[in-house]
Design a protein around this ligand. Structure first.
Ligand SMILES: Nc1ncnc2c1ncn2[C@@H]1O[C@H](COP(=O)(O)OP(=O)(O)OP(=O)(O)O)[C@@H](O)[C@H]1O
Ligand SMILES: [Mg+2]
Length: 420
């Protein structure tokens, strides 16, 4: 087979998880097994400073959680629209820009796919959210350009982009048997994206689907924002967030905001930030709370807290009850919890903005909510119980279909690649 006819990869480079797909000989998208059998791989990189090795996905998470010395990077996609992107950071004895780290991750996806495909992939269709950055088109363009450069340095000679919700729609279309107007809802780790599309078995083969896309909207809110909010409300107060100091003022909040943002956690343990955090001691009335903050920063426990909050969010949502967070690595016997009521209360403002964005999409499509035949849910955070409640109460008469949460976007991207 010549290089020109090799199928392209569909790459869903997600804030939390990534997946890769290609169209197989039968014309159906197949997800690549990226880690053992698993087709979704956490978007995580770990630089081991003991032996200078680099690890990806679940393995990266496991080494970090086992306490191996090194740096864990998560939510790399959140850095794409930020000014930090070209900054260099110290990893395993060297300096790397965040863009170069993204490129290493994409190169790893390419390598793993290549081992399964028995050819070296050179072409890719990469998914992108409707907005990398809300309300700033220039920064948004730069984010896509940076991702394209990272893909090029990872060895992809030909790269194109498609909106993630449109890719999800094209995957769902293979599973329906009649023409329908569908609101596609993709709630991931970093963004919530929507599209209203006309789908149907007779429409799949149409060369140009632009007429079938009635509207798209997106907002930069996702599961990592829910994690941050729950972390701030349920865990950070134990470290002094909103604590009133001897002068009657709250301890300054930036340290807590950064320590609960997945993509900034590593930054909080740099020497400069450690010095600043030590200086906060005089703002505390209770030095025990400051001791906990310093333990978290000095022992680099930020990801452990964020992971604990994320897991509690998921458990509390799935089981509809209170989930505990073990904080004993910070202090013996210390714990926090997330209840269903905490979630509903703390997340309601964010969830309303997400549901407003869905309603805006339907309005831009020129439809009343009752004009939809179905709502299709994809992305890990679309499972969140209070989100589903908010969505169903805004669209009470529309049937909701739960789809492939972690693989749909990548499969849709592989179908897109066939047309390019
Ligand atoms: N059962 C669940 N209930 C609620 N949230 C969940 C559940 N399972 C996973 N999540 C959340 O889903 C998010 C990851 O979803 P997904 O893998 O679809 O995102 P992504 O594609 O990486 O992000 P994005 O598309 O925004 O770039 C995480 O925030 C995770 O905490
Ligand atoms: Mg996604």
């Amino acid at each position: 087979m010549g290089a020109a006819v090799q199928p392209a990869l569909g790459i869903d480079f997600g804030t939390s998880n990534s997946a890769v797909s290609f169209v197989g000989p039968q014309g159906l998208a197949r997800l690549v097994s990226l880690e053992g059998e698993a087709t979704a791989m956490p978007t995580a990189v770990f630089f081991n400073s003991e032996d200078h090795s680099t690890h990806f996905g679940r393995e990266a998470m496991a080494l970090y959680l086992a306490g191996v010395e090194g740096r864990l990077m998560r939510s790399l996609k959140s850095l794409l629209g930020s000014s930090l992107l070209d900054e260099e950071t110290a990893v395993a004895g060297g300096m790397l820009s965040f863009k170069a780290i993204i490129s290493r991750f994409l190169g790893e996806l390419r390598g793993r796919a290549g081992r399964q495909l028995a050819y070296e992939p050179r072409r890719a269709v990469i998914g992108r959210p409707v907005h990398f950055v809300d309300g700033e088109p220039e920064r948004d363009k730069r984010a896509q350009a940076a991702l394209e450069q990272a893909a090029a340095s990872a060895g992809f000679d030909e790269v194109s982009f498609e909106l993630e919700p449109i890719a999800a729609a094209l995957d769902y279309e293979r599973r329906i048997d009649r023409e329908s107007l569908v609101l596609i809802v993709d709630i991931g780790g970093g963004t919530s994206d929507f599209t209203v599309v006309r789908l149907g078995p007779q429409r799949i083969a149409r060369p140009d689907r632009a007429d079938d896309i009635l509207a798209t909207t997106g907002v930069h809110i996702g599961g990592t924002d829910y994690d941050q909010k729950l972390n701030l409300e349920q865990v950070m107060p134990l470290l002094g967030f909103r604590h009133i100091g001897p002068a009657g003022r709250e301890v300054p909040s930036p340290a807590f905001l950064d320590l609960s943002s997945w993509h900034l956690i590593h930054w909080m343990s740099t020497p400069k930030m450690l010095r600043q955090a030590r200086d906060l001691r005089s703002s505390y009335a209770d030095p025990g709370l400051h001791d906990r903050l310093m333990t978290v920063l000095e022992q680099r426990l930020g990801h452990l807290l964020a992971t604990g909050v994320e897991q509690a969010k998921i458990r509390s949502s799935v089981e509809d009850r209170t989930a505990q967070i073990d904080l004993s690595p910070v202090e013996a016997g210390l714990r926090a919890s997330v209840s269903a009521t905490d979630m509903a209360r703390h997340l309601s403002v964010l969830l309303e903005r997400v549901v407003d964005c869905a309603a805006e999409c339907v309005m831009r499509a020129g439809l009343a909510p009752s004009g939809l035949d179905a709502i299709y849910l994809t992305g890990g955070s679309s499972s969140l119980r209070p989100f589903q409640q908010a969505l169903r109460s805004r669209f009470p008469s529309v049937p909701v279909v739960e789809g492939d949460l972690f693989g749909g976007v990548a499969s849709g991207l592989a179908y897109v690649s066939q047309r390019r």
